[in-house]
Write a protein that binds this ligand. Structure first.
Ligand code: PEP
Ligand code: MG
Length: 548
């Protein structure tokens, strides 16, 4: 039996076989192997694996976004089998080079040839060549991560990024343990939204001997047990059964209003990443979507998601919510949510760097595509648009002007849209909180992003696991800012919610209701937990001064 600890991300328990997920760094050299037939076999087998990946991507994209978006993957599949490419690779292998180097250098030659052509379409093929060769060399070097699980398992990894965690087959992923990571990262936020027993930052290197052994994740204390004793197994099985019973009680609150014992309503909405997450929101009786993190569409794509693809996602979300409010946030790429095709610069402080709206200010076409997709979808439900990382009134004016232009453009094209869609902002920087009185004049609503508001107010990187004990979202400075924001919004008759992780903290449900917050938005597993607490609150008895 082995026990170790990390930081608990989601309060639940998992019991099951351990599966190690390893990532090997890709290190390609021009070393000669000399074994032509072995290198040829490696090349051929990696080609087959790359084609299988592409087939899967093709099918997923076809189902979600239609044939025109999926087409790129069928082109890539054809390129993997392209005879010119094969000839170039085989020439290098026949010269004695190792397969990875042969693929990489052949791709470079081919890409340079495409890039030098006059035709813009052919120039574009240079990137495709690099993309497919990267996929093939990933397989040759074993750096591709398998996220297909054969059987249900507790996955143990060094680190998992946001796009990888969504790639797992939900029904087979019992729990997740990582050596690195932090409880405030986006990976952790997704784990919570999946109700996934999860512990991060164990600092323990993966040990191959754990593979296949029984593991236990205690998502309350952060304890990991490998190869438990019979007594431990019995104890945790009993605790797991109790959790299942408590969950059954909470489900009896479905259909009840989000009202305190003294009759004050504070809506409880749900945070989601993509349209498929609406099912969990509805299962947990969320009265709306308080935050759709639209950047997940970008994280899940190998190129900028096209207007039609986005439109379909937003439309599906709005339709599935059947007339309930859906707040969709414009993309918040940057910091820990990176995508290679954005070609963002390496930065000293990415959380304080070119992220989110700041990228759009430099590349307005990104915002424009997104706004067009959002307005087109607006006729299918009750949409509100929300903009993250605001620090000034001018930024809000910039977005509103662009929204105005987009509406005019759609009108001229005869495309229907709802011209009453509200445009709100996130209050997640101290600057926005401090000038929230001015911002309330121009924004239609506020939603407080307590994760970033804590990070920037306390100057504690939300990704830094060593500072986690100091990442205190209940710090008086943060709670005072929240109260000020609520007051400033209400003075101007504006609605104000909170969509950061703090909303799920039931120790604060009374405080939030007492200061008059209109809504909290939490991930699906917390909707009924917060409702259970809210129903017990009597706001007249809440001593606000105790919190601030
Ligand atoms: C926040 O900062 O609180 C928030 C909701 O946005 P994100 O966690 O996606 O940065
Ligand atoms: Mg944020």
């Amino acid at each position: 039996m082995i026990e170790y600890y990390g930081k608990a991300v989601y309060e639940s328990i998992a019991i099951g076989p351990v599966h190690l997920m390893e990532r090997h760094a890709k290190h390609i050299t021009d070393e000669k192997s000399g074994d032509i037939s072995a290198e040829t076999a490696k090349f051929n087998s990696a080609r087959e694996s790359a084609k299988a990946d592409l087939q899967q991507l093709y099918e997923r994209t076809l189902a979600r976004a239609g044939v025109s978006q999926a087409e790129i993957f069928s082109i890539h599949m054809m390129m993997v089998d392209d005879l010119d490419f094969e000839d170039l690779v085989m020439a290098k292998i026949n010269e004695g080079y190792n397969a990875a180097y042969a693929v990489q250098s052949a791709a470079e030659e081919l890409a340079a040839m495409f890039a030098a052509m006059d035709d813009e379409y052919m120039q574009g093929r240079a990137n495709d060549v690099k993309d497919i060769s990267g996929r093939i060399t990933d397989h040759i070097c074993g750096s591709a991560r398998t996220i297909r699980l054969e059987d249900s398992a507790i996955v143990v990894a060094d680190d998992v990024n946001p796009s990888e965690i969504v790639g797992f087959e939900k029904s087979k992923l019992l729990g997740l343990v990582t050596s690195k990571g932090s409880v405030s990262s986006h990976m952790a936020i997704i784990a919570r939204s999946m109700s996934l027993p999860c512990v991060v930052a164990t600092g323990v290197k993966m040990d191959k001997s754990y593979e296949g052994k029984t593991g236990i994740i205690d998502g309350f204390s952060g304890k990991i047990i490998i190869d438990p004793t019979p007594a431990q197994l019995q104890e945790y099985t009993a605790r797991l059964n109790k959790l299942i019973e408590e969950e059954a009680f909470r489900r009896s609150l479905i259909g009840r209003p989000n009202t305190t014992a003294d009759g004050r309503t504070m809506e409880i909405y749900c945070n989601i990443g993509k349209s498929k997450d609406v099912a969990a929101a509805l299962e947990n009786d969320a009265h709306g979507i308080g935050l759709m993190r639209s950047e997940f569409l970008y994280l899940d794509s190998s190129d900028y998601p096209a207007e039609d693809y986005q439109f379909n996602e937003y439309r599906q979300t709005l339709e599935a919510m059947g007339g309930r409010t859906v707040i969709i946030r414009t993309m918040d790429i940057g910091a820990d949510k990176k995508v290679s095709y954005f070609n963002l610069p390496e930065e000293e402080n990415p959380a304080m760097g070119l992220r989110s709206l700041r990228i759009c200010l430099e590349r307005p076409e990104i915002m424009k595509t997104q706004l067009r997709a959002l307005y087109r979808a607006s006729v299918y439900g009750k949409l509100k648009i929300m903009v993250p990382m605001i620090i000034s009134v001018d930024e809000v004016k910039w977005v509103k002007k662009m929204a105005f232009d987009v509406r005019n453009e759609l009108k001229a094209e005869g495309v229907p849209f709802d011209d009453k869609v509200e445009i709100g902002i996130m209050i997640e920087t101290p600057a926005a909180a401090v000038i929230s009185d001015d911002l309330a004049d121009i924004a239609d609503f506020f939603s407080i992003g307590s994760n970033d508001l804590t990070q920037y107010t306390l100057a504690i990187d939300r990704q830094n696991s060593r500072l986690e004990n100091m990442f205190d979202a209940k710090h008086k400075a943060v709670l005072r800012l929240i109260k000020t924001v609520v007051e400033n919004a209400h003075k101007k008759g504006k609605w104000v919610g909170l969509c950061g992780e703090l909303g799920k903290n039931t120790e604060l449900t009374g405080f939030f209701a007492a200061i008059g917050l209109d809504e909290v938005s939490v991930s699906a597993p917390y909707v009924l937990k917060v409702r259970e607490k809210l129903m017990q609150v009597n706001t007249a008895e809440v001593d606000i001064s105790k919190y601030i």
